[in-house]
Every structure is written in structure tokens, then in C-alpha cells.
Design a protein around this ligand. Structure first.
Ligand SMILES: Nc1ncnc2c1ncn2[C@@H]1O[C@H](COP(=O)(O)OP(=O)(O)OP(=O)(O)O)[C@@H](O)[C@H]1O
Ligand SMILES: [Mg+2]
Length: 577
């Protein structure tokens, strides 16, 4: 983690040591002043030099303290900046399954609050630890040089303090971990509430949501209080122990001085030094305890870093002259992490350029099926081949470059419409190309009515656009990418029949020579497909062209009849109007 910052950090530690040594020097100079200078005849001769010495040592101490603070801050900021960048990139490379199972709030918490705890660890705690160890070593060395017996008597409580610190370290680590977990939960609640604010308002669930939040918040309060109690227990105890030790030191020192074992100057220097030996010990305890929070955050961040990324470039097969688009499923079975099988024994084949339609009730596995193609998820059994090569042999990056998906719930970034349409296209894109794609998606005319045209900013999650407009911007985005394989997952569910047929017309031109998967609920949208797969509960129950399926009894004809009847009724009613 320290790569590239080792020398800087070492510099910080060394500066700390020099500052500490300068402090110790002050006390030794004081002793010299009292014992040797004051008793001389011509005090004034040396006083000036001694005064200069004090000033000089103070300057040295100040300069090195500053340098140490500056260098450790630079290290800490540098490390955390790099870590934050790394985490951002890492999180977006984790698997779909990981994201399915992890709350956004939890990830935000780790990438912000935990990283910040690590920053404090490097900026304050680790360097503080080094400082205290150095202060102790240097000052204790100085004490030993004054009087060995007294020096040893002055640190009898140190082991007690260290032991106590470690005891609290453990306790506070646990309490802090619980606190961070709860904070992550709270951020998740907050984030979900903000994302779903429309639903909350529409269902008038503000009171319910407030109670839920208050519950989580109360728990946070309880855990925070426990953490604070731990801290506030630690302080008085360590203060009393340290205070008692110093008092003991002063009394013993005074006795030694009265008995003549040490000089007055030594006593004065001793009282100064003993403070600088014991006081840091008290801080050592605090640091050890604070470092526990850094350690917890470190392990939380490390857990995240250890998560496997999606190996985008794993796979040996790189097609020489692009992808054709011939696809074959052979007894494919698939289940998400929880083990219930979502797709059972799916087998079908399609030639390059064919249109495959998937029809089926909600939850029958249509989205799951198409999500296997770009390897968002891995199939468990059977085989899927693309141009005769097993899908698992293709690097994911190649598949994703060649497969364009219009998601069931398209997501638009809060950027301009143009930026949304050109998203993911490498290189410069001309305005004509953008407009062409928008025209094909039947959204160009709508966009031109906006005052800012293509530069209109899409609100967060696309809220300033209607559902249908959003879908059509997403279609334009996928079309511009110009993929070999197109997947429309219910892409026209939010547009009216007329617009849909307009889009279909444009798409049919674009679908030429491209293997296309269409998921839809309207028979009209699927009837022209080369093959229609009817799914039910993860199984293909019917397969064939519109004519084939109309000729046999089954789910397809039922759906057709129902939809035809609805339309007939509609037409009749329209006729009355
Ligand atoms: N990420 C996921 N993790 C676990 N289970 C999932 C996940 N996504 C979907 N499922 C489950 O898989 C089954 C099939 O879901 P899928 O989204 O493929 O249905 P669908 O046919 O696309 O439905 P719809 O027409 O409503 O879009 C459902 O029972 C659903 O609960
Ligand atoms: Mg779906």
C-alpha cells in the first residue's frame, strides 16, 4: 500500500525522531544551565549561549515537527487518493452476482468512510505511534543517563498501560466494526429511499420510511454510544495510572535530590523528561485504541479488494475476422446463486442474421437467458456456442463489444442526451451519426423539440424523460454501438403501438445481417421473427415460426387469441366513438 511513498514516510518518521531529540536536548540543556552555568562566577557569559541554545532547539523541534506532519499528511493523502481510485475501478469490475448480493450503501461506506479511517491511520496514528516509540526511547535513554534507578522506577506502569491498551483495542475494534456495519446499513436505507423517492411519495409511505430510518438510526446511536463509553472508560483509567506514576516519579526524584543522589539540575531535567516518557505512553494507549478503528476499516477495505473481479479478458479465442452471429444453445441449465434453477434444458439454434423472439410470462427466464450471452452470468450445464466456439472460450470483453443490449430497465446517466447516446462508442462520433441512430430509434423528432436539443441534460436516472423516450434513447445508444448481435429486452414496452411499429420498421433495416433477440409481450412484436421461443418457468415449451405455432394448440395460440380479442374489442369500441 505504501509503494512509492516509503521514503516520504520514512522521512516523516525520521523528522519525528529529530523533533523528539530536540525536545530532550532542551531538558538536558536546562540541567546544564542549573547545575553548571548558574554556579559559575560569570554566569552572564554563558547565559546568552544557553538562551540561544534553547531557541535553536525550539526551532529544530518546530521545523522537524512541521516536516513530519507535512510528509505524513502527503503520504496519507497520496495513499488514500490512490486507494479511492482503485476501489472505484475495482467495484465496477466486480461480478454481477457480487453486485446482486451487495448493498450500494455498503460499497459507498467502504469507499468513503473506511478509506477515510485509513487516511487518519496513516496521517495521524501510524506516525504518532512511531513518534511515541521514539520519544519513549530517546527520553528514556536520557533518563537512564541521569540516574538508572530513578529511570527504571519511573516506568513501572508502562507494561500495565500497554496491556490495558490492548484489552481496550480488542473491545473497541469489535464495537467499531459493529458501528461501521450499522452505518453502512443506514447509508443503504438512505440511498434506497432517495432512489425510490417517487415510490415512497406515490404510496404515501413517508411515515413508514421515517420509522424504518429512525429504527436504524437508533441502533446506530446505541452502537455509537457503546463506542464512546469504551473510549470514555479508557481515558480516566489511563489518566489515573499515568498521573499516579508521574506523581510517584516526582516524589522519588525529590527524595533522591534531597538525599543528594542527584543534583537540582538533574531533578528539574528529570521532571521534564518523565512527563515526556509517561505522557506519550498515555497517548500510546489512545493510539492503539484508535488504530483499532483503522485496522477494522483496513480489513473491510481488504475484504472488498479480495473480491474477485470479473475476468474480462479471460478466454483464449479471439475471432480473426469478427463475429458472425451463429448461436447454438444445447441443454443449457442455469441458476443464480441461490440454487433454484431458472433455465432448464434450453436448446435451440440460430443462423447469423436471424431474429429470435422470446415470449413468456413474467419470471419465466427471458432476461436470464439473454444475460448469458454477454456472460453477465455463467451457465451451469450444457453448452452455448457462438460461431461454433464455446462461449466460455471468448474473452468477455469481446462478447460485450459485439453484443448490444437494450436493457429491460434502461439506465441513463445524468449527462446530456448526446453523451448518453454516444456512451461506450470509442472514438469521435459525428452529429450525423448520432442523429441517424436517434432517428432509427424514433426519438430524433422528440429530442429536437427540447430547447437544448441533444444537449438537454437527462435528470438523475433519466427522470426528465418519459419512460418511452428513455427506452428510445437507450435503443439509439445500442444501435450506435453497431453490434453484431442485438438484444432488445422488452425494449418497446413503454411505447405506444404506433411508435413501436415505427421503431420496428427502422430496426428491421438495422437488424439485417445481425442476429437479434427480441423479448416482448405483444404478439405483434414477435410474429415476424424467424424463430419464436415460448418460455414457461425456465423451459422452452414451444418453438417455431408464427405460422408453425399458430398451427398447433398451445400457449402461443392462447396468447394470440387473447390479444386479438382485446384488439377486436378495442376496434369495436373505437367504431362506436
Ligand atoms: N439477479 C438475480 N438473482 C437471483 N434470481 C434472479 C435474478 N434475476 C432474476 N432472478 C429470478 O429468475 C427468474 C427469472 O427471471 P427473469 O428476469 O429472467 O424473468 P423474465 O422472463 O425476464 O421476466 P419479465 O418478463 O418480468 O422480465 C425469476 O424467478 C427471478 O426471481
Ligand atoms: Mg425480464
Amino acid at each position: 500500500m505504501l509503494t512509492g511513498y516509503r521514503w516520504l514516510y520514512l522521512g516523516a518518521v525520521v523528522s519525528t525522531g529529530l523533533a523528539a531529540a530536540a525536545k530532550t536536548g532542551t531538558f538536558l540543556l536546562l540541567r546544564f544551565f542549573i547545575d553548571d552555568a548558574l554556579v559559575r562566577e560569570r554566569v552572564l557569559d554563558v547565559v546568552l549561549w544557553i538562551a540561544l541554545g534553547f531557541v535553536g532547539l525550539a526551532v529544530v523541534q518546530g521545523v522537524f515537527s512541521f516536516l513530519s506532519g507535512e510528509m505524513s499528511a502527503r503520504t496519507a493523502e497520496g495513499i488514500t487518493r490512490r486507494l479511492r481510485n482503485y476501489l472505484f475501478d475495482h467495484i465496477q469490475r466486480l461480478t454481477f452476482t457480487y453486485h446482486d448480493n451487495t448493498n450500494t450503501g455498503e460499497l459507498i461506506q467502504r469507499a468513503t468512510s473506511d478509506v477515510d479511517a485509513l487516511r487518519r491511520f496513516f496521517a495521524e496514528q501510524a506516525i504518532g505511534f512511531g513518534r511515541i516509540v521514539l520519544l519513549f526511547a530517546i527520553n528514556f535513554g536520557a533518563l537512564l543517563s541521569l540516574n538508572t534507578q530513578l529511570a527504571l522506577l519511573s516506568i513501572v506502569v508502562v507494561p500495565i498501560i500497554v496491556l490495558m491498551s490492548f484489552f481496550f483495542f480488542k473491545k473497541i475494534s469489535d464495537a467499531y466494526e459493529a458501528f461501521q456495519e450499522q452505518e453502512a446499513k443506514l447509508s443503504t436505507t438512505l440511498q434506497e429511499n432517495l432512489t425510490g423517492v417517487r415510490v415512497v411519495k406515490a404510496f404515501a409511505q413517508q411515515a413508514f420510511e421515517r420509522e424504518k430510518f429512525e429504527g436504524d438510526n437508533h441502533e446506530q446511536f446505541v452502537r455509537g454510544r457503546r463506542l464512546l463509553v469504551m473510549h470514555s472508560l479508557y481515558w480516566p483509567i489511563s489518566d489515573i495510572i499515568c498521573g499516579a506514576q508521574m506523581l510517584l516519579g516526582f516524589i522519588l526524584g525529590a527524595r533522591f535530590a534531597i538525599d543528594g543522589a542527584i543534583t537540582v539540575g538533574t531533578y528539574v531535567a528529570y521532571t521534564g523528561l518523565v512527563v515526556w516518557v509517561i505522557w506519550p505512553m498515555r497517548n500510546l494507549g489512545r493510539l492503539i485504541v484508535q488504530m483499532s478503528t483503522g485496522m477494522v476499516s483496513f480489513s473491510r477495505v481488504a475484504d472488498l479488494i479480495r473480491e474477485d473481479r470479473e475476468p474480462l479478458d479471460d478466454g483464449s479465442f479471439v475471432p480473426e475476422d469478427g463475429i458472425e452471429g451463429q448461436i447454438a444453445f444445447d441443454n443449457v441449465c442455469f441458476s443464480y446463486d441461490d440454487g433454484t434453477s431458472v433455465l432448464k434444458d434450453i436448446s435451440f439454434e440460430c443462423e447469423p442474421g436471424q431474429v429470435i423472439a422470446l415470449l413468456g410470462s413474467t419470471g419465466s427466464g427471458k432476461t436470464s437467458l439473454v444475460n448469458l450471452l454477454p456472460r453477465f452470468y455463467e451457465y451451469n450445464e450444457g453448452s452455448i456456442t457462438l460461431d461454433g466456439v464455446e462461449l466460455k472460450d471468448y474473452p468477455r470483453s469481446i462478447l460485450r463489444r459485439n453484443i448490444g443490449i437494450v436493457e429491460q430497465e434502461p439506465f441513463l446517466f445524468s449527462r446530456s442526451i448526446r453523451e448518453n447516446i454516444t456512451y461506450g462508442v470509442s472514438g469521435e462520433v459525428s452529429d450525423e451519426e448520432v442523429e441517424e441512430a436517434a432517428q432509427a430509434a424514433a426519438v430524433h423528432d422528440v429530442i429536437t423539440t427540447f430547447p437544448n436539443g441533444y444537449n438537454t441534460r437527462v435528470g438523475e436516472k433519466g427522470v426528465t424523460l418519459s419512460g418511452g423516450q428513455k427506452q428510445r434513447v437507450a435503443i439509439a445508444r445500442t444501435l450506435l454501438k453497431n453490434p453484431r448481435i442485438l438484444i432488445f429486452d422488452d425494449a418497446t414496452s413503454s411505447v405506444d403501438t404506433e411508435t413501436e411499429s415505427e421503431i420496428r420498421g427502422a430496426m428491421e433495416r438495422l437488424m439485417e445481417n445481425r442476429t437479434t433477440f427480441i423479448i416482448a409481450h405483444r404478439i405483434q412484436s414477435v410474429m415476424h421473427a424467424d424463430q419464436i421461443l415460448v418460455l414457461d418457468d425456465g423451459e422452452v415449451v414451444q418453438m417455431g415460426t408464427h405460422e408453425d405455432l399458430m398451427a398447433e394448440p398451445g400457449a402461443y395460440r392462447q396468447i394470440y387469441d387473447v390479444q386479438a380479442r382485446i384488439e377486436e374489442d378495442l376496434e369495436k369500441e373505437m367504431a362506436y366513438v
